[in-house]
Each structure stands twice: as C-alpha cells, then as structure tokens.
Design a protein around this ligand. Structure first.
Ligand code: TXA
Ligand code: MG
Length: 339
C-alpha cells in the first residue's frame, strides 16, 4: 500500500506519558523525544506496528530499526552471557547515546531487524522517553522520526512537521540535547568494538572506558545497512569548508547570492564551531540549523568541516548532507553538481 491514511495526531506532554505508553502497547505509532533525536516509536513485538513505521517514514525495507528499553537492566538481560564486551558497553554507556548490536532474541520480530540474525538495542537517557517506554510494557522500536532521507528532528516543531497526520500521538520533550543520532557499535566478536555509525560517544572514549581495541567500520563494509543510504539531506545545498577557507567561501557565496539583509533576507546560512561555541553545541544544533535555513529559503548552507579525527559523528552527518568540500573559485560549480 502507499502512504498511511491521514489521522488526527494528539500532542502530549509529560502528563501524557501513560496515554502514550498505552497507545504503543495497542500497536499505534507514537513520536517520542530522546536525548539524541526524536524517534518514531512502535511496539517491537508487534509486526503490524513495525510495518506501519516503515510506511510512515517511507523507509527502505532493508534498513532495520533500533529497539529501545526504559531500563538498562532490561537491555543487559538481552545480551547472551558470552558477550562480555557488549555487556560492559551497556554498563559504561547506558542509559545514553549508544546502540549495541546483539544476536536477536526470540521476541524481536523479523520485521524489526529486516530478517537479520541480529538486533540493535538502546536505552535513551531521557526521563520522559524512559517513562513512556516503561508504561508501554514492551520494547519500543524507534527510528529517527523523519521521513526517509530527511534530517532527523531535534525539536517538537521539526518532528511535528515530519510526522503529524501519520502517527497517533507526539510526545513533546523539548529540544534534544545531543542533536545527532546514537553511536552504533558491534562488539559481537567479543574481541573488539566496531563502530558502525559514529556519534558523540567517540572511539577514544570507548577505548578508554573499556580498554579494548575500537575501530571505525571500513568504508565499503556494509554491516550497518543504514549507512548505505545517502542520508540527512536538507532541501537546499550544503557545502563544507575547512575552518581556514570559511571566510573566503562566505565571500564567494555572497557574490553568487547577493541578497538584501535589510529586508530580513538570509541568502547563506553559515555554521561554524565559533558561532556554536563548541563541537557539542554544533552537533546539538546542526539539524535544527538545516531546518531553519530551509524555512528561511536560504540558497546555501555553508558548514565548517571539522578537522580529521575531531567530532567524528558530526563530521559524518555533515559529509552525508553535503555536495562536497569547498574549492576556492569553484563554489558555483559545486552547487550545480548533482543538483
Ligand atoms: O539516536 C538514535 O539512534 C535514534 C533515536 C531515536 O534513538 N534512532 C535512530 O534510528 O537513529 P535510525 O533507524 O534512524 O538508525 C538506526 C541505525 C541504522 O543505521 C541501521 O542500519 C542500524 O541502526 N541498525 C539497526 N539494526 C541493525 C543491525 N541489526 N545491524 C546493523 N545495523 C543496524
Ligand atoms: Mg534515521
């Protein structure tokens, strides 16, 4: 079938946690806040509910979902005992912006893992999310609450724009404080941790806390199906620039897109570490800045490219969103390329 029928979407706040949990238990879709991004929640043990998630997101059917628990101990209980490294990861980082891959337990319906023998688990560090999941009484499958290919929502307004009319309810949890999706890791070898999707929990931090080898998944290794897709693209072009080139890129963009700032026009939205104040704040605000630039009908987003090795999660999302890295004198060609 095509898109889900339009339905009236309830807007709930913290006082609606019970109602949200009940809707999830009944197999309905509910958008929930987490510390990373808003999630499109459904009961992970209900094949029909999980299929509805794929329809509401227009998501490819080979990209599996993350299953969320309200309590760390419930997630740890799913990890088979030989996998000490995976348990140690949860003990160190759950609740928090980390997702671990484990062999699928029997309740994880094939729909949620797209037929894979493994399933992804996460315990969000967001009080309201954990309340809703606990009230649901079932593990909750939740991909980011964007339509497939769009940036993940990090505010209630963004999530509403993406999902109103496609879900039974949306739980308002304010702004997400991490701002990019969780770090996804596979430690099922029990010898090393492989990062399938970088996030704000870094390679160095995992290595330091666990004292084991940690590596980023090699390019071309397709273990995390989601990383195959060109993700996270706003409707207007994004070009990256190294810090040293940012000023020149801004000038070149200003010549290409002259605009009248006295009329409140904003031709080019510039994102830099300096304006955000830190890489953490940059990651927190990056998707919202994309969204605002779209709403203001900017022509271009010019984003500072973190240096190699710094802010790996943020750099990953920026590179997925962008046309490329600025070449002095070449901006107009870069914007036209594959547009
Ligand atoms: O921060 C987050 O992780 C957010 C919030 C809502 O929790 N969720 C999120 O879900 O980003 P989603 O569906 O947008 O991304 C899930 C990622 C995809 O890259 C997917 O391929 C990967 O996790 N994944 C899920 N199950 C997997 C599995 N069994 N093996 C490998 N990768 C898996
Ligand atoms: Mg996503």
């Amino acid at each position: 079938t095509g898109l889900p029928d339009q339905e009236e979407t309830l807007l709930l706040d913290a006082s609606g946690a019970d109602r949200a949990g009940q809707l999830l238990a009944e197999g309905r879709l509910v958008v929930i806040p987490t510390e990373t991004v808003y999630g499109l929640g459904a009961s992970a043990v209900d094949p029909g509910a999980v299929r509805a998630v794929f329809a509401a997101k227009e998501r490819p059917l080979d990209n599996p979902l993350i299953v969320h628990f309200g309590d760390s101990s419930d997630a740890v209980a799913v990890v088979p005992s030989p996998l000490g490294l995976t348990r140690a990861l949860l003990q160190a980082f759950a609740p928090g912006p980390l997702t671990v891959i484990v062999p699928a337990p029997s309740w994880a319906v094939p729909e949620v893992r797209c037929g894979l023998p493994t399933v992804a688990l996460r315990v969000p560090a967001h009080t309201l999310a954990r309340q809703v999941i606990s009230r649901a009484g079932v593990p909750v499958a939740a991909p980011s609450a964007n339509r497939s290919g769009r940036p993940s929502p990090t505010t209630r307004e963004m999530a509403w724009e993406e999902m109103a009319g496609r879900v039974a309810a949306l739980v308002d949890g304010g702004c997400c404080t991490v701002g990019i999706e969780s770090t996804v890791v596979d430690a099922t070898s029990d010898r090393e941790v492989v990062i399938l999707r970088p996030g704000t929990i870094s390679r160095q931090e995992i290595a330091r806390r666990l004292g084991c080898p940690v590596r980023l998944q090699a390019r071309g290794d397709r273990r995390s199906p989601g990383t195959r897709y060109r993700h996270y693209t706003p409707r207007i072009p994004v070009v990256l620039a190294a810090a040293a080139d940012l000023e020149q890129a801004r000038e070149e963009a200003g010549e290409l897109f002259p605009c009248d700032s006295s009329q409140g026009q904003e031709g080019v939205r510039v994102l830099s570490v300096e304006t955000f104040g830190s890489y953490e704040a940059y990651a927190e605000g990056v998707y919202r800045a994309f969204w605002e630039a779209e709403r203001r009908n900017c022509f271009l987003i010019l984003a500072e490219d973190p240096p190699r090795g710094a802010a790996e999660g943020l750099a990953d999302r920026l590179h997925r969103a962008a046309r490329g890295v600025y070449r002095p004198g070449g901006l107009s060609g870069q914007i036209r390329e594959n547009s």
